[in-house]
Design a protein around this ligand. Structure first.
Ligand code: C5P
Length: 398
């Protein structure tokens, strides 16, 4: 990234302080940052802080620039490889969509011939308003890239979509935008990834679960997003942070996971790595089971839905490529082949969990089993396995 130049427009919003953290990340990566601070933005961060972190002059006034050269905003808009707007307020988005040019930020956005990446942040009602959604659609149709907004607690005390994406996520999106479409062959493709364990409640305090860490699935979601896919990660409880630029839906039970997967369709590819519980208690007690004189209770179990098999038979909604996982300790290929046929998926990634350290560890040794053949991949980090699988997915889809 060293030597790249970004023009950063900081709009007005409580989240503007996060722009300072973004500047720090960009500067650390050797990116030159030239800041434009809107009048509203200056209510939240001072020009001095931006100037100090960017090590460049802060541009604020349209007319001060025209004093200089008469073409200041044009030059500004073209002196960068990319324009980033963070936070992008409802007002800035509306101005950009309408083509207004009444201050330096909006004029620059109208004049630029460079890719624009917007990181929206606003109150959830403003974000969900039909006007903002229409502006979003207009800007997207014109090729403006977006990162976020996130869902969560807001400064105004409400909860919902509208929080500025975290600075490392904006940074990732910035790098992806700079890399251009060639580096993102999955642009426009939708991917569904499941990861982690499920938990099946016995009563309000006890549950059935397993040791899945979710690491492999999270790495796959990240690798697919990096190649430009629009990724939904349906995750059971893990201690992992959501990968950058991935939409994570958190669930607990197998039933919830299936519902979240179905809600995420249509998808071009589904990679189901989750260690879904095979059984759940036939009934969940409303009250905590008490130790009594009758001895230990008997746990009646019933089967959970098979998400992989369900999605593989989803008819018109079936993803073009459905990839399942199989943890095996013996007869890897034969078992994986049988699973391929039973579930109706296209590929099975069979991992050999007889080797110590695979479950919960950072390395994995896998075999790719397809209807055409089988390949054995060397032991590699889960990130490397994910990268390799993502490349294979590109070959299959593009
Ligand atoms: O049947 P088995 O658990 O061995 O199959 C493993 C594969 O099936 C994994 O891809 C896993 O995510 C998926 N699976 C599922 N729903 C289940 C059980 C397994 O999607 N209920």
């Amino acid at each position: 990234m060293s030597g790249q130049r970004v023009l950063l427009i900081v709009g007005g919003g409580v989240a503007a302080y996060k722009a300072l953290e973004l500047v720090r990340l960009l500067r650390k990566a050797g990116v030159a940052v030239r800041p434009i601070l809107t009048r509203a933005g200056a209510q939240f961060v001072t020009p001095l802080s931006l100037e100090a972190l960017c090590e460049d002059k802060v541009y604020q006034d349209l007319f001060a620039l025209t004093d200089d050269s008469g073409m200041g905003h044009i030059e500004l808009s073209r002196s960068a490889d990319l324009v980033v707007v963070a936070p992008a307020t409802a007002d800035l988005m509306a101005k950009a969509a309408a083509g207004l040019a009444d201050d330096l930020a909006s004029t620059t956005l109208l004049a630029t011939d460079k890719p624009v990446l917007m990181a929206p942040a606003m109150n959830l009602r403003m974000w969900l308003h039909a006007a903002t959604q229409a502006n979003l659609a207009t800007l997207k149709a014109r090729g403006v890239l977006f990162v976020g907004p996130d869902e969560g607690a807001m400064a105004c005390g409400e909860f919902g979509p509208g929080r500025l994406a975290e600075p490392p996520v904006i940074f990732e999106a910035f790098m992806a935008a700079l890399a251009g479409p060639a580096a993102r062959p999955l642009l426009g493709k939708r991917a569904l990834v499941t990861a982690g364990p499920t938990v099946e409640p016995i009563d309000p305090v006890r549950l059935l679960t397993n040791r899945s860490s979710g690491k492999q699935g999270y790495a796959i979601a990240e690798a697919l997003a990096r190649l430009g896919a629009d990724v939904t990660l349906v995750s059971g409880p893990t201690g992992l942070a959501a990968p950058p630029a991935v939409k994570r839906v958190q669930v607990e039970t197998a039933d919830q996971m299936l519902a979240a997967c179905q809600a995420a369709l249509p998808a071009d590819v589904a990679v189901l790595t989750a260690a879904v519980a095979d059984w759940k208690p036939a009934q969940t007690e409303g009250l905590k089971l008490k130790k009594g004189q009758t001895g230990a209770p008997t746990l009646q179990l019933v089967e959970t839905p098979d998400i992989l098999a369900t999605l593989s038979k989803a008819g018109a909604q079936r993803p073009r490529l459905v990839v399942g996982f199989a943890a095996e300790t013996n007869d890897l290929e034969a078992n994986a082949r049988a699973k391929l046929a039973r579930k109706g998926c296209d590929w099975i990634i069979a991992n050999d969990v007889s080797q110590a350290g695979v479950m919960g560890g950072d390395e994995n040794t896998v075999n790719l089993i397809t209807h055409e053949g089988a390949e054995s991949w060397p032991m590699a980090s889960k990130a490397e396995v994910a990268r390799r699988l993502a490349e294979r997915i590109v070959q299959a889809l593009v």
